[in-house]
Design a protein around this ligand. Sequence first.
Ligand SMILES: [Fe+2]
Length: 268
Amino acid sequence: MHSVFVDAAARDDMRREQLYRGQLFVYSPTPSSLALCEFARSLAQAAFAPLDPETAQHSMPVEEYAALLAELKPRFIHHPQCKEHIRGILRELGCDLSRTYFDVPRMRTATSDAYLTAGLAYAFHPHRDTWYSAPLCQVNWWLPIYEIAPDNAMAFHPRYWSQPVRNGSSEYNYDEWNRQGRKTAATQVKTDTRKQPHAEEPLELDPQIRLIPPVGGLIMFSAAQMHSTVPNTSGRTRFSVDFRTIHIDDVAARRGAPRRAAACAYPS
Ligand SMILES: [Fe+2]
C-alpha cells in the first residue's frame, strides 16, 4: 500500500517514520521554496539570456549548452543564498534545525527529446539513492522551478519498495565519484562513461507514480525509493532542484528505510 500525503500536518518524526515505510509527501509551495525557485530562475535566465531557459536547447549547439550548464550549476549549488532558503523551507515544514543536516541543493536539467542526456543533464535511469552510498535515513526533497507536466516529470516505481533488485552498487565508490565523476561531468556530452550503479535485472517500471506539484511545491521521499527521470518529450527542458536531509537522531539510533541490497562503498 502506498500513500501520498498532501500538505500533511504531521510532526517531522512521524513524517520520517512514514517516509521510511515508503510513503510519499507533497507540500504546497512555501515562502522559502518560492524564493529558492525565484533565485534559481534568475540565475538560469541570466545564463541563457536572451534565450528562454526552457526552450534554449532548440537554438544552441549541444556542446555550448553543456558548457553553459557547467558554469550555471556550481554557481547555484554553492551560493550562500540557497542555504538560507533551504533553512527557511526546513523551518516552514516543521524540521528541527538543530538536529537536521542538509546537503547543498542541486539544480537538475532534463532536456527534451534526448538533446543532452549525459553528464550535466544526465537522465537518471531507475535507481535508489542508496545504491549511490546514501544512508538509509536520507530524505530527498525535490521541487520544480518551472511548471512541469507528466511528460517531463520524475517517476516513482513503488513495487520495488519491498522488492530487492540485483544492482551494480558494489562497483560504486562515493569517494572516487567525488574526486573524478563530478569533475568530468561537463565533458560527458554524447554519452556518459562514468561508472554508475544500474539495475542488473529487467525492471517493470509500471505501475509508476508521477507527482506534478506546482512551481515551488515539494516532494519528499526516502533515499531507498526506486525513481527515475521520465523521458522528456514535452519540447521543454525541465528545471528542478533537489537536496537531501538527515536527522542526526536517526543516524545515532540507526533508524531508516529497510536495506534492500546495496553494496556500495561508503566514504571512510
Ligand atoms: Fe536519485
